[in-house]
Every structure is written in C-alpha cells, then in structure tokens.
Design a protein around this ligand. Structure first.
Ligand SMILES: Nc1ncnc2c1ncn2[C@@H]1O[C@H](COP(=O)(O)OP(=O)(O)OP(=O)(O)O)[C@@H](O)[C@H]1O
Ligand SMILES: [Mg+2]
Length: 592
C-alpha cells in the first residue's frame, strides 16, 4: 500500500487558497486589483460585517465575455501573461491566475460581468465549482460578490477575527490601493453606511486629505526627485511634527504597494540630525524604476519585491527625502503649516465638487529660499527636472550658483529676519551657524582638511586624564578640522593653529568644551564618531545668541546657510528657521 497519494484537486485548491486568501482583507485586495487591471476608473466596494458576511466589488473596467468569465475561475487562468518572460517588467497587479479560483474554493462567489459590446453574464459558484451560468443585464464592467467566506474551511473560519478587526484590516488594504492609484475613484460602504468616498485625485496631498483629513495633509512635505533611472515621489512628515501624531508608512514600487524595511530605514536616515533619534516619521513614497530592475514574483501575497540592485534604490530614497527636508516648506511654522497655496481653502475631505479645490498645487513659484525668485529662475532651469521637481527647494544651492541675499535685520542679537515671497522668515543665528559648521566639518572629516589659522601666540592647555584620553582618541579628526597640536600622550597640549569659523571664535574654549563633551564617549563607527565630533565642535564654535552681527556677517551667514543641505534644522533636531505665512498674518489681523 503506497503512502503517497496525489491530493484531490479541491483539497489542493484549498491549500493554495490559504496563501492568497488569509482573511477578508485579502479578498478585498485581490478583487480591487483585478478591477484596476481591467482598467477601471471607478470602483465601489460594499462590505458587510467586516467582510465576514459579504464583500462586493464593482468596477467600470473592460468586463468579460461569457467564455472568459467562466475560465477566470480555473486555476492558472489569466489574461495577463502567457509566458514566464512576461513577468519581467510586468505592469499589472495580477499574473498568477490564482486569486478568483482561490477565493471561490473557500466561499460562495457571484460574478456579474459584461464587455463593452456584448451580452452580460452571471455566474454562481461555490466551494470551487460553478453552480450556474445565466444571462444578466448590466453596463460594461464587473461585479464580484463573495459571501460566507471560509464556510467550508473550519480551520480558517476559526482564525477570523471580529467584524471590527477585519474591517480595520480591510480599510488598511483599501488605503494602500487608494494611495498607489490616486487617479481612481473609490467608494466604500460598511453595513450599508458610506465609509470612504475618494474622488480621483491628481496629487498625493489631495488623496491624503480625502483619506485622513486636511490637517494630516498639512503635516507633510512634497517629495519628488529623480536619481538616474529611479524616481521617488510622495510625501514625508515635516520634522517639526514627527512624533506628535499617528505614524503612517506607505511604500509603492511601480504602482504596487509593498513592505520593505530597508527602504523605510533609508528614508529615516534622511532625517538624521533633523529630529531626535528614535522618533519615526510618516512616509508615503512611491518609486518608479525600470521594470527589469524589480522582481515582483517573490511573495505569495505580492507584498514584497526584490530589487536587482538594492543599493542605488536605497540611496535614491534617502536622497529624495533629504532634499525634501532641505526645502523651506520643511521649516517650522507659526500658525498654518502649509507653505503652498490652496485655491478654495476650505475643501472638506469628502466634498465631491471640491476635487479641484482639493489640489493644493504645490506652488512651483516658491523658489529657493535664499535666492530671489527672479534672480535665479534661469539657474533652476539649467539644473533640469530635478530642481524644478522639488518645490521650494532651498538647497543645495550649488557653489557656483549665486545666492541673492534679501534685506536682513537682526533682532535681540539672536534672530535674523527677512521677507520671503510667502511670508516672514526668522533665522536663529546660533542654530544656523551651527548647521553651517556641522556640514562643513563633516565634509572635512570625510574628505580633506580645513584651512587653519596659525596662531601668533600658541595656546597651552592643561588637561585632566579623561580629556587627554578624549583628545588622543580623536586626535586625527581634530587635526583635520584645523587644530594643529603638539603634545603626545601627556596632559599638556600646545595648540599652534586653529580653524577660524568667525572672528570672535574662542579656540581654547571650543577645544576645552568639546573635549569635555567627548569625555567617556563610546561611539562605535567612524561615521558616528565624526558626526558626534562635528556636531560638538560646530555647537561650540558657532556664533552665539547675544552677539551683535554686522550686516556683512549676517549676509555671509545667510549665503552659507543657503548652501547647506538641511538649512531649516540644526544638528540637535531643533529649528534654525521659523516662518510665518502671510496668510497666517492676514488671518490674525482679521484680513481673511
Ligand atoms: N474585475 C475584472 N474585470 C475584468 N476581468 C477580470 C476581472 N477580474 C478578473 N478578471 C479576469 O480573470 C482573470 C483571473 O483573475 P485572477 O485574479 O484569478 O488572476 P490574475 O489577476 O490574472 O492573477 P493573480 O492571481 O495574480 O491575481 C484575470 O486574468 C482577468 O482576465
Ligand atoms: Mg488578480
């Protein structure tokens, strides 16, 4: 008697279904993806009892003729690929021909469908077998209803959660699709009551506003960047707001929502030095890259992809987010956070007419913060799509690009103000200088040496044992920064040359304070050590609050800040720039 037997196909189908249909939300996902693959521009989803009783998805896509509709329920029946090589660079969500048969094997299924120019068909099927095929009248498109999910799979049924929990999972699944395909109109009802109404949106911000409200949309910055063949666009949370609300993560690759911790980490790395360590920003990012560089067929629920070469993808993500954080829009704001104009301001999330009003055209006219919109239009154009694509890009202003300096005024020997097209802007002189020096020192530590100034009278420093150790551990770095020091291993240092970040710089105090701060420091990697040292020296070396600045000094600081990559943030996660939009002032003065 052989111990091995081939499973009956119904059993095999149920096992295969386990991979595709984990819970009601997976059914919703598969049905919506099919609708999108059929070219639908409007999709209506009706859910009963968290999907446990019924899931119905209707679309206005291509529909199917009778032959196709029947075939669609057989395993490995797909219209989307015909040979394995079609999988490379595939643009449709589906490709396995698994979803409908898998769902059908564990539920009651009804398909009503009609192609543009043909008769309609209604198919009833249950537990994997077709029960009836009949005529139906309907307009072009398809409606798939799934009821009594897992009625014949008690093991699965046991694992279904309560309606609320399943409903939440469904909303999550729909949210992913809604973000990935912002062009599509989506409505969702739960137990007959409208739950979501998403008009087609032409921008990320509009979709986010419709999903989570205008306030949520206002916390986010535009990301739009191109690195070689990779485009990254979406929204990222303004550093000021990170940690104060619900964190959301969304990633898509070529229109497909995916999970990828490596990419999330890369995006988070872009926030380094703008937010306190440990805080996690909301990130909604879509990557577009050549289909041949991505393998989508690596996960049963298609929730992960594999990149042929992961490193450039992660770099592109980090670079894109960092550039977004370098814009003036990333700066802390007083009052309304948005720095882009919204025509028809009061658009409510679910106003249908408001679709256009909801599009807050990120005004490309913002212009770089530190260059006049007139003066540098040409320069921006020359840099190509990249610069144009980043609205309100402050930086990086390339070294050879002119920085047009506006009229500057110092307040309380602490802040410098100027007028910007969009509002009043204040710079904290110490934080700003700290940011400038930090980036300069990092550059020096990673490549090259800082210019040093030879002292007429060398400084002699007597150190305690801990400070001496700190110096010995960082000796080479100090030298790169421009400190030329004699004294080996002993507790006395003779400083012969020092960096000269500004005329009132006190090198002795800086060196002492820095060594004090580095005492007992146990930072592992070289990069982290450099960052720590650069941040500490920058903090100690920067001009302080309370120092009177000449106009030339203010202008020099302004230009230097404009050339940094993250001008709006100091190195401790605090703001260097605070802005008050004109609209906010108008509001406060009752002008609007
Ligand atoms: N809403 C729909 N409108 C038009 N055709 C559809 C629709 N849903 C399914 N089909 C057709 O039925 C076929 C089978 O669908 P099914 O979801 O089972 O497989 P698939 O989408 O090709 O691949 P996958 O299993 O990866 O989703 C599709 O290839 C498509 O031709
Ligand atoms: Mg499918």
């Amino acid at each position: 008697m052989p111990r091995i037997s081939v499973l009956p196909s119904a059993v095999a189908d149920q096992i295969a279904a386990g991979e595709v249909v984990e819970r009601p939300a997976s059914v919703v996902k598969e049905l919506i993806e099919n609708a999108l693959d059929a070219g639908a521009s409007s999709i209506d989803v009706a859910i009963d009892d968290g999907g446990r009783a019924r899931i119905r998805v209707s679309d206005d896509g291509t529909g199917m003729d009778r032959e196709d509709a029947t075939l669609a329920l057989s395993r490995h029946a797909t219209s989307k690929i015909t040979r394995a090589s079609d999988l490379v660079g595939i643009h449709s969500f589906g490709f396995r021909g698994e979803a409908l048969p898998a769902i059908c094997s564990v539920a009651h299924l009804q398909i009503e469908t009609a192609p543009a120019d043909g008769a309609g068909t209604r198919i009833e099927a249950s537990g994997g077998s077709v029960v009836s095929v009949a005529d139906a009248t309907r307009r072009r498109g398809t409606t798939v209803s799934v009821s009594s999910l897992f009625y014949n799979a008690p093991a699965r049924l046991k694992f279904m959660r309560g309606a609320r929990s399943e409903w939440r999972a469904i909303v999550d699944a729909i949210t992913l699709v809604a973000l990935a395909r912002r062009d599509v109109r989506l409505t969702v009802t739960h137990d007959g009551a409208p739950a979501l109404t998403l008009p087609p949106a032409s921008s990320w911000r509009a979709r986010v506003a419709a999903l989570w409200g205008t306030a949520a949309a206002e916390r986010l910055l535009d990301v739009d960047d191109v690195a070689g063949p990779i485009r990254v666009d979406g929204l990222a949370e303004r550093p000021q707001d990170v940690g104060t609300g619900t964190r959301r993560i969304f990633l898509a690759v070529n229109g497909r929502a995916i999970r990828d911790n490596g990419l999330v980490r890369a995006a988070e790395a872009a926030y380094r030095s703008t937010i306190p360590a440990g805080l996690r920003p909301t990130l909604l990012l879509a990557l577009t890259l050549p289909g041949g560089d991505v393998d989508v067929n690596v996960h049963p629920a298609k929730a992960e992809v594999r990149f042929r070469d992961r490193w450039p993808v992660e770099r592109a993500v980090e670079g894109a987010v960092r550039r977004a954080l370098g814009t003036l829009d990333a700066a802390a704001a007083i009052g309304a956070r948005r720095w882009w104009s919204v025509p028809g301001d009061a658009a409510s999330p679910d106003s249908e007419v408001g679709t256009d009003a909801l599009q807050p055209t990120p005004s490309r006219g913002d212009g770089p913060l530190f260059t006049s919109p007139l003066g540098d239009a040409g320069a921006i154009g020359d840099k190509g799509a990249l610069a144009v694509a980043a609205p309100g890009a402050v930086a990086p202003v390339a070294d050879d690009e002119p920085v047009v300096v506006p009229a500057l005024t110092q307040w309380r020997r602490t802040w410098i103000s100027f007028e910007h097209e969009q509002g009043l802007v204040l710079i904290d002189q110490h934080s700003a200088h700290e940011r400038v020096l930090f980036e300069r020192f990092m550059g020096v530590l990673e490549r090259g040496e800082a210019p040093a100034q030879r002292l007429l009278f060398p400084i002699t420093l007597h150190l305690g044992p801990a400070e001496s150790d700190a110096f010995d551990a960082n000796r080479e770095s100090f030298e790169r920064l421009g400190f030329e020091v004699e004294g080996f291993g002993g507790h006395t240092l003779i400083v012969r040359a020092v960096p000269m970040p500004h005329p009132r710089f006190d090198p002795e105090r800086c060196l002492r304070d820095t060594l004090d701060a580095l005492t007992g420091d146990r930072v592992a990697s070289t990069a982290a050590r450099h960052e720590r040292l650069a941040a500490t020296v920058a903090c100690k070396a920067a001009i302080k609050a309370g120092e009177q600045l000449s106009l030339d000094e203010m202008r020099a600081l302004f230009v230097a800040l404009a050339r940094t990559t993250l001008p709006a943030h100091d190195v401790h996660g605090r703001a260097t720039i605070v802005r008050i939009g004109w609209d906010e002032l108008e509001r406060r003065f009752g002008r609007r």
